[in-house]
Design a protein around this ligand. Structure first.
Ligand code: PEP
Ligand code: MG
Length: 346
């Protein structure tokens, strides 16, 4: 990283004409998160919990998960840490949980698996909430949501885990305060401090774009997974080299979908972020800023560069670029125009 870019690490992510956007981290291991927290990101926008599940020989216990999540939450004690519930299936498999199917990306993936196995889901969200007891900076995010019913069921399970945990905490305290005549009152007070985390969903399956209003009534935030949203909108496998020339998040249809999502979220007063690769491309970040995304989440090494760019472009200019991009009809036109604009911006 150049010195020029690193200089902005501790400065706010704001355009010269005053439009702010928060930059957050995508992460998957607890090692390195501590170091990444110094690069100027405000919290974690996507913690991929499946990654620590992948290099093991069996499911981690509730105790092991609690310890792991505590480390991640304490890397950003003053900022939100968004943990995504287990997102396996598709291209991500666990050696101890084999899945065989013809179309994995259209099959048993993400929330579909954990709702079919509530015992896995409950252990995970309980561990997350236990880990959150001291700092209270946890947010829970659900992957691969395609319907309202999935959200209702996931929230029901999270609430169940939350109330069980709270009762357990209270019972533990009561036991310790056995001779104290104000034990009941004290235990209740401490148990009240256990907060139910905010719950959000990933927008990465096209169906949810048309149900934002229904979903807004149920959750606290939305976060676009542009990697999967691109794959599903364009019907192009994100990992198939045969069709990789067709996989492009700058496709006019994807950009218009993102713009609609941002506008609709603003109207519904739901905070909107994006945690796919698009946020770490300079021209992608500019367009997302102009669309009105509140937060962009990306790998640590991209944070200083994207912040530097946002601090050097007028919001009004980004809006003008977006307005023109939304009139273009082909991917090539979009890329040519954006390259030309970025060059002019230096
Ligand atoms: C996405 O789909 O854009 C995303 C952020 O999640 P993942 O890449 O882990 O599927
Ligand atoms: Mg995804």
């Amino acid at each position: 990283l150049t010195e020029k870019v690193m200089q902005v690490a501790n400065k706010p992510c704001i355009t010269p004409d005053g439009r702010a956007v928060e930059l957050q981290l995508n992460a998957g291991l607890s090692e390195g998160v501590e170091h990444s927290s110094k690069l100027g990101a405000l919290g974690i926008g996507l913690y991929r919990t499946e990654i620590p599940f992948m290099n093991r020989s069996c499911f981690p216990s509730e105790h092991e998960q609690t310890k792991l999540y505590k480390d991640v939450l304490s890397a950003f004690p003053k900022h939100a840490v968004t943990m995504r519930t287990l997102d396996v299936g598709g291209d991500k498999s666990l050696p101890y949980f084999p899945i065989q199917e013809d179309n994995p990306f259209l099959g048993w993936r993400g929330i579909r698996i954990t709702l079919d196995h509530p015992e896995i889901f409950l252990v995970q969200v309980r561990a997350m909430m236990r880990a959150n007891q001291r700092l209270g900076n946890l947010e829970i995010m659900l992957p691969m949501v395609s319907s309202v019913e999935e959200v209702d069921e996931a929230i029901r399970l999270i609430n169940q885990a939350y109330f069980e945990l709270k009762a357990e905490l209270k019972a533990d305290i009561l036991e310790q305060l056995i001779a104290d005549e104000k034990a009941e009152l004290k235990a209740e007070k401490i148990a009240q401090q256990l907060v139910r985390p905010k719950i959000g969903i990933m927008l990465e399956v096209p169906s949810v774009i048309f149900q934002l209003e229904d979903l807004a009534k149920r959750v606290d935030f939305f976060s676009v997974g542009s990697n999967d949203l691109t794959q599903y909108l364009l019907a192009v496998d994100r990992n198939n080299s045969q069709v990789s020339n067709l996989y492009d998040a700058f496709h006019p249809a994807v950009l218009r979908a993102l713009n609609n999502i941002a506008q609709e979220s603003a109207r519904l007063l739901v905070p909107i972020s994006l945690c796919g690769e698009l946020a770490s491309a300079p021209s992608g970040a500019l367009l997302l800023l102009a669309m009105g995304f509140d937060k962009l989440s990306m790998n640590a090494h991209n944070v200083p560069r994207i912040k530097w760019i946002i601090r050097h472009v007028q919001f009004s200019q980004a809006q003008a670029i977006l307005a023109h991009v939304l009139t273009l009809s082909t991917v090539k036109q979009v890329h040519d125009y954006l390259n030309e604009q970025l060059e002019q911006l230096g």
